[in-house]
Structures are given as C-alpha cells and as structure tokens.
Design a protein around this ligand. Structure first.
Ligand SMILES: [Zn+2]
Length: 103
C-alpha cells in the first residue's frame, strides 16, 4: 500500500483532512481521549519513542507512521500511591506532601 493510499484510508476512516492544522480543540480532544490517535492525522499507527524526566515533568515522545509527525506529551507528577502502607498522597504545591484518605 502506498503512502497516498494510506493517507486516503486515514482521511476516510477519521473523516478529517490530514493537512488540517492542529487547533486547541483538537489538542483538548487528544488529551481527553488519552492520546490514542495521531493529533495531526487521527491515525492509530503511533509509536511511543520513549520518555525523559525533568523534575516533576515527564516528556513522552510520540511518532506517527502515517503522516511522519513527531510530538511530545507532557506529564506532571502530582500523586503517589503506596499500596504497601495503604497511603495516597497528592502534591499540595507548598512545603511537601499532605496525606489524604485512601479511596
Ligand atoms: Zn499522523
């Protein structure tokens, strides 16, 4: 299958133009869906290229095999679960960690 045929198939399957610009609306949808499809073309043929940590942030690199775009998902470390001691902590943004009831 040629790249053009793959692109046509993706555009039919996801009902979108592969060359449409990424908008805030598309970005919100991408995040709400958990990043399962390419933010550019909508394809599910995306690949996790690995991640890097920097302080509280994690940067997840993603590549799309259909449109060949790359992007990064940025995660913030804000909660910790400790199953051995049945504890759950949420970052309070100030002096340290505050214990909250385990759900
Ligand atoms: Zn794509």
């Amino acid at each position: 299958m040629t790249d053009d045929r793959v692109q046509d198939e993706v555009e039919r399957e996801y009902d979108r133009d592969i060359d449409d610009p990424v908008t805030q609306e598309k970005a919100d949808h991408y995040i709400e869906m958990g990043g399962l499809h390419c933010i550019y073309c909508g394809s599910s043929h995306i690949f996790d290229m690995g991640c890097e940590w920097d302080g509280m942030m994690m940067y997840q690199s993603i590549h799309c095999y259909v449109c060949e775009h790359d992007w990064t998902e940025n995660y913030l470390l804000i909660e910790i679960d400790l199953p051995d001691t049945n504890q759950h902590f949420e970052y309070d943004g100030q002096l340290g960690l505050e214990e909250v009831p385990y759900v």
